[in-house]
Design a protein around this ligand. Structure first.
Ligand code: SF4
Length: 288
């Protein structure tokens, strides 16, 4: 039997975050999808999700958050161990804002790779884009990290003028990969810094070389990745939220017991209030 393929899987944790990014998608999602699970293990429907990953042959798992940073999850190391046992052979990535990276470096180094969101080195610019002046010490993180580290840099009007300086600083720190990300639905064009040499494309997004550092200019509107997603309330969805599809239950095909086909299944609600309407992600929102 042919099963639909997925490029990767997301585990989307939820709970209070240590940043307040103005463009965070978490603020716009159906509240049921943002059920606080930072103290909870196992996550709702985790076992079933792992079964789907094995069944569909998904080999890339991203630990991220819908409205929180995954390093705030009290059971981060335990979840990592659990995934290693239950989805053998999967490569597991952490997507973090880096606020707790140095404090949790032992756990961070147990992932296969890490994507760290950093929009600026300058505290003033960082504050405009995250609500905080606590810029992670990237130099110290790079020194302590034993796994490949990629920088994810959301671009908007606050940091676009300083991108050249940003790239150079990342290069000097020894980083090998960096992604410049446009806000979903962004119509403005940003001028890319000098010194970028086009070397190819990845999922229709241009990839450049900057002095030995790979720089991808990522636009969700152009991308065509497919993911299987576990939301914090236990909802499992094959819908990739960031392309703006609805996430209301009525719009979802139910997952048959045993789980085959396009997998979308409302999970236990954990007492979260329902309300609001997701209706996909409004233009201009992004998960750092
Ligand atoms: S975008 Fe990420 S780091 Fe920023 S507030 Fe939302 S969850 Fe936290």
């Amino acid at each position: 039997m042919d099963l639909p393929g997925y490029d990767f899987a997301n585990i989307l944790l939820a709970g209070p975050c240590n940043l307040r990014c103005p463009y965070c998608i978490g603020r716009q999602l159906d509240p049921a999808l943002n059920c606080n699970v930072l103290d909870r293990f196992p996550l709702p429907n985790l076992e079933r999700f792992a079964g789907l990953l094995r069944r569909h042959g998904v080999r890339q798992i991203v630990l991220t958050g819908s409205n929180t940073d995954p390093q705030l999850y009290r059971h981060e190391a335990r979840l990592l161990d659990w995934l290693r046992r239950h989805v053998p052979g999967a490569r597991i990535s952490l997507h973090t804002n880096g606020q707790l990276a140095l404090r949790n470096m032992d756990v961070l180094n147990r992932y296969d790779r890490v994507s760290l969101s950093l929009p600026a080195f300058d505290a003033g610019t960082y504050e405009k884009m995250t609500g905080s002046r606590r810029v992670p010490d990237l130099a110290a993180i790079v020194r302590a990290a034993r796994v490949p580290l990629k920088i994810s840099c959301l671009v908007n009007e606050h940091n676009a003028p300083c991108l050249g300086e940003f790239l150079e600083r990342c290069h000097v720190l020894g980083l090998r990969r960096l992604v410049l990300r446009r806000l979903y639905g962004e119509t403005r064009r940003w001028e890319l810094p000098a010194g970028l040499r086009l070397v190819g494309h990845y999922r229709q997004n241009p990839v450049y070389d900057y002095r030995g550092m790979e720089v991808t200019y990522w636009d969700f509107g152009r991308s065509s990745s497919t993911s299987l997603n576990l939301f914090s309330d236990g909802t499992i969805s094959g819908e990739y939220l960031l392309v703006g599809r609805g996430v209301s239950d009525s719009a979802r095909p139910a997952l048959r017991p045993g789980g085959e086909g396009g997998a979308t299944m409302p999970g236990s609600r954990l007492g979260c209030s329902r309300g609001g309407s997701a209706g996909g992600m409004p233009a201009g929102l992004v998960k750092l």
